[in-house]
Design a protein around this ligand. Structure first.
Ligand SMILES: Nc1ncnc2c1ncn2[C@@H]1O[C@H](COP(=O)(O)OP(=O)(O)O)[C@@H](O)[C@H]1O
Ligand SMILES: [Mg+2]
Length: 314
């Protein structure tokens, strides 16, 4: 899809009243653990929607459900007016959901170009196996794909040669390469799991510009991120998960000062009885901006022993 096509698509989005993604009472159990409980939310076409919450809150699990890696234990979701309870990843990819991973998943020994071309194959007739057999039709298709993949590398701002092995790209470039590969599937919804993790301030700022450009091109963005400044400066609306439940949702200003959200990040049920009461009061006066949401529960910055419930699996 060219950017012009994407812009045309955005006009269609703006005329359409139905949300792009609607989750209805989604639950996900792992044995006795409820990773998600009764999560309902909707994402409008064309918006940047943020998903935050302490480590182990269920954010990545939610991504895994909507991309078909996990089957929900309860509930259903609708994407682009189609209902899903259980669906395979390739079905949801073709329907228009693309994602990146919390821990970068690239083919380290393939080139940057090849990594993006793999994403393009979601939309080709030949598919990956056809491409390997390389008959005449697939060769024509391959040329178009190569051109598109080069265009996407430029679009996400990877300046090294397209033939550079993925493993030889910098960390920030690898994150961008994952975004390019996701864009290559021609998505309606781009779901990014902590794309700024490990980036410095300059890289994060240029990521922000890229995400704004992606949204302007007509693609809806769902963003999990610990960088509060990035989330609050970028998202139209934000939802907060805690212990698998949605505890708040709203525009950034509403969410950043929500007492339940602040308490969740500080791991406190009852502020008056907590040993961290002093910390809580100082953070409350700054709202969520005073909290490093990348940490676990307990104290801002997550440096001390925390009540984190779970790991960073994806
Ligand atoms: N495949 C799995 N098997 C067992 N437990 C899991 C699995 N995936 C996630 N969990 C658990 O579900 C909870 C939510 O995890 P996750 O979605 O990774 O949280 P977040 O991304 O918000 O940090 C955690 O307690 C985690 O250990
Ligand atoms: Mg996660």
């Amino acid at each position: 899809m060219t950017l012009r096509q994407a812009q045309g698509r955005q006009e269609v989005f703006n005329d359409s009243p139905s949300p792009l993604l609607q989750l209805t009472f989604i639950g996900k159990q792992f044995g006795g653990l409820s990773a998600l409980s009764d999560v309902s939310l909707h994402i409008r076409r064309g918006e940047i929607y943020g998903l935050i919450g302490p480590n182990g809150a269920g954010k990545t699990t939610l991504f895994n459900v909507i991309t078909g890696l996990y089957q929900p234990s309860a509930g259903e979701f609708q994407f682009n007016a189609t209902r899903y309870q259980t669906a395979k990843p390739h079905v949801l990819a073709r329907a228009g959901i693309a994602r990146t991973f919390q821990n970068i998943r690239l083919f380290a020994n393939l080139t940057a170009l090849e990594n993006v071309m793999i994403g393009c194959h979601v939309r080709t007739n030949a598919g990956v196996f056809g491409a390997l057999l390389r008959n005449l039709n697939t060769r024509v298709e391959e040329r178009a794909i190569t051109e598109r993949a080069r265009e996407l590398l430029r679009y996400v701002g990877i300046e090294k040669p397209a033939q550079t092995l993925a493993k030889h790209l910098s960390y920030g470039e690898q994150r961008r390469l994952e975004i390019a590969r996701a864009l290559a599937t021609d998505p309606l919804l781009l779901a990014l799991d902590e794309p700024a993790a490990g980036m410095n301030a300059t890289e994060t700022e240029s990521l922000k510009v890229l995400l704004q450009a992606i949204r302007s091109s007509g693609i809806t963005v769902l963003l999990i991120e610990h960088d509060v400044k990035l989330i609050m400066g970028l998202c139209d609306r934000v939802a907060v998960l805690d212990y698998g439940r949605k505890i708040a949702e709203g525009v950034p200003d509403e969410v950043r000062n929500d007492s339940a959200v602040i308490a969740a990040y500080l791991g406190q049920e009852t502020p008056s009885s907590s040993p961290h009461n002093k910390v809580r009061q100082s953070v409350s006066s700054q709202g969520l901006d005073g909290i490093d949401t990348g940490g676990g529960r307990g104290v801002p910055g997550g440096s001390a022993a925390t009540l984190t419930h779970g790991g960073g699996n994806d």
